[in-house]
Design a protein around this ligand. Structure first.
Ligand code: PRT
Ligand code: ZN
Length: 286
């Protein structure tokens, strides 16, 4: 049987999800937004669904894997394994109130009305905070409810904060942080056949994720600086150091974390490094 992976059909996560699966080496068409796209080079079908349906489809085994926001998984209280966070679709579920109003803290929400499309997550948060508020579950455009006097506060996803500002709302609490994640059906992960194939895909995914934050650096340096260079180019493994035909020089190759990259470059130059080449890594299997 083929493995099935569900991704969002149309929305914020769609393009990222398609790109990621392609980087993992899966070849499939997205022509005219088919509902199911079979992979040409792998025993996998990609299903394009509304994001809200993905957690249940994974939980019920209709698909084996899914890519969806943590916010949706938690709201649906789906019993799935979260295999990997994916680093896109980053947002926060926040409670916000009218800027000019009296409410400034979560405790002051006692007895107030809060509009949200996330009633499950919000009610467990309020319970934990010991706040009794009236939830107003709605299906969209949460940000306009205070101005319509439908609610005193809202609980909605925020990424840049522009929507809140535009509607004169300010956040007073973060209920959860969220990002897209690869989720899986727990039984399929345990089963011998599907488990092995899921692990193969996760290994490919790790290769893509590891490569994203790393650069491959090649440089030439005086042989006398070899020890110092080895110390700072630790990277994932010790660097490769080979003597050059020119006596007294070595070539150094290493994988370096992107966020430490500039700091290391400065030091390497001060040790006499020249001809520094920095390359993107397509995949990195460690
Ligand atoms: O049709 P379907 O049901 O599949 O899509 P959808 O409309 O439910 O979801 P979509 O595509 O809007 O979002 C999919 C997922 O992206 C969400 O479940 C989150 O995991 C993630 N995500 C990341 C966001 C945002 N950032 C986000 N900013 N989802 C929604 N928003 C909305 C938010 O609701 C608010 O209206 O954007 C507005 C706020 O944005 P800022 O930038 O003004 O703060
Ligand atoms: Zn949705």
């Amino acid at each position: 049987m083929k493995l099935r992976i569900a991704i969002q059909k149309e929305g914020r996560l769609s393009e990222w999800s398609v790109d990621l699966l392609r980087q993992m080496g899966l070849r499939f068409d997205t022509y005219k937004r088919l509902l199911i796209a079979p992979c040409r080079n792998h025993d996998v079908d990609i299903l394009f669904l509304r994001d809200d349906d993905i957690p249940e489809y994974v939980q019920d085994g209709i698909v084996d894997l899914g890519i969806v926001g943590d916010n949706v998984v938690n709201e649906r209280a789906a019993k799935v394994d979260r295999l990997r966070p994916l680093g896109f679709g980053l947002c926060r579920l926040q409670i916000a109130v009218p800027q000019s109003g009296k409410i400034k803290t979560v405790k002051e929400l006692n007895g107030m009305r809060i509009a949200t499309t996330y009633p499950t997550i919000l009610s467990s948060y309020l319970k934990k905070e010991g706040v009794k508020a009236e939830l107003v579950p709605i299906s969209g455009s949460v940000e306009i409810t205070p101005s319509l006097n439908v609610a005193d506060a809202i609980c909605d996803l925020v990424s840049t904060g522009t929507t809140l500002t535009t509607h004169n709302l300010v956040p007073i609490a973060t209920v959860m942080e969220s990002e897209a994640a690869l989720i899986a059906n727990p039984e399929r992960c345990k089963a011998a056949d599907t488990g092995a194939r899921i692990r193969d895909l996760v290994m490919r995914l790790d290769g893509v994720i590891n490569a994203r934050s790393k650069k491959y650096v090649m440089l030439n340096a005086p042989q006398s600086a070899t020890e110092k260079i080895r110390d700072i180019m630790g990277g994932s493994k010790s660097p490769t150091i080979v003597p050059l035909a020119d006596t007294g020089l070595v070539a150094v190759h290493a994988v370096v974390a992107e966020d430490e990259f500039w700091e290391k470059m400065e030091k390497l130059k001060s040790f006499g490094a020249t001809d520094i080449l920095v390359m993107n890594i397509e995949k990195m299997i460690v």
